[in-house]
Design a binder for this molecule. Sequence first.
Ligand SMILES: CC(C)(COP(=O)(O)OP(=O)(O)OC[C@H]1O[C@@H](n2cnc3c(N)ncnc32)[C@H](O)[C@@H]1OP(=O)(O)O)[C@@H](O)C(=O)NCCC(=O)NCCS
Length: 360
Amino acid sequence: MSTITTGVEFRPLVVPDTVDAADAGDFLAMVEVRNQVYREISGHDDHSMPADELLPHYRPDPDEVRLVWVVVDGGSIVGRVGVDLPTHEGSRSAYWLIELLQSVQGRGIGALAYELVEQASRENGRTVLQSWAEHPAAAGERIAPPTGFGELPLDRAARFYRRHGYSLEQVERNSALDLTGSFETIERLYATAREASAGYRVVQWSPPTPPEFAEGYGWMKSRMNTDAPAAGMEFDEEEWDAARVARHDSKYTEAGRLLLVTAAQHIATGELCAFNELAIGKDRTAASSQEDTLVLKEHRGHRLGMLVKCAGLLAWRDLAPESPRMITYNAEENRPMLDINEAIGFVPVAYEGAWKKELS
Ligand SMILES: CC(C)(COP(=O)(O)OP(=O)(O)OC[C@H]1O[C@@H](n2cnc3c(N)ncnc32)[C@H](O)[C@@H]1OP(=O)(O)O)[C@@H](O)C(=O)NCCC(=O)NCCS
């Protein structure tokens, strides 16, 4: 059903079979708007993704329902609204975004879009609504989360969240590592980590995940939601069986994205104990991203975090030699992880807010 108010329409997104399909027009325009919104916020294209690489993320998925609307103003697509609903029994969560081109902000479109977000969440029985946004550096009043780590300017997005009843729960740091310089520091840190991690070996693969690693990798993926510092944000525990690992893999393989998983394996038991993921789209000259990294609780204290990160980056030099930067996100209070990234050479480039509201 479409909602038409004051000339603005929220039209449910048609997800085409391929980006060349006859009905792909709205999807292609949605991706253009997404990339432009991120460029307007951050001033660069590191968050940009081509349509064919985003498409796999919008296909029907047994783990999550994705509701998406395009915002249509005067016949053109000027924004998008998304609400993600995890499907497992008893989930109270909805994760959402509203992204509008700068040219249409400040007209009340965001407020209308937000009504749609809350309505869709309520209709699906969701009461914990959460959302993330980058808040670029700016002068003026600042706000801080209850964690005591990090702060953000009280900008339009922050005012928008607050006006709609949200509290800032956590600040996340977006950092970048220059990949064009020397890898000497990384080589040295890798050697030190190897010494501290006797009894473990490094294993690496790209999707499809080798069958012998599917169970261990799935278990570590499922620990991301339970073990990473979440401050006041709430995450459902996820179950990752072999089929879910295969679905995750296909999001990379389907459109030519490259993922490198570097894991630490306990030699005596064969157990996978730590992992790091590095990824890049099919344009290998674009920025790369460091995605999940985790050391299982029972295996902390052996420098396995440093080991898998450095081993991944050293391999990346050969896999994507033309990529100029590696970008990553960490909670501002996640000192152990930030210590590793800072030692490797990551520097902060921007901050995101993690916002939450509980519906009564
Ligand atoms: C944050 C965002 C969604 C807000 O959307 P928006 O349409 O600009 O929001 P609104 O128009 O409802 O409110 C914005 C401003 O316009 C004012 N406004 C609201 N209705 C208005 C109207 N009818 N006429 C004039 N001004 C109006 C509001 O008071 C508000 O003022 P403020 O920015 O000084 O606080 C939008 O700016 C955006 O897409 N930003 C980039 C992406 C992002 O950060 N998204 C965050 C959620 S994921």
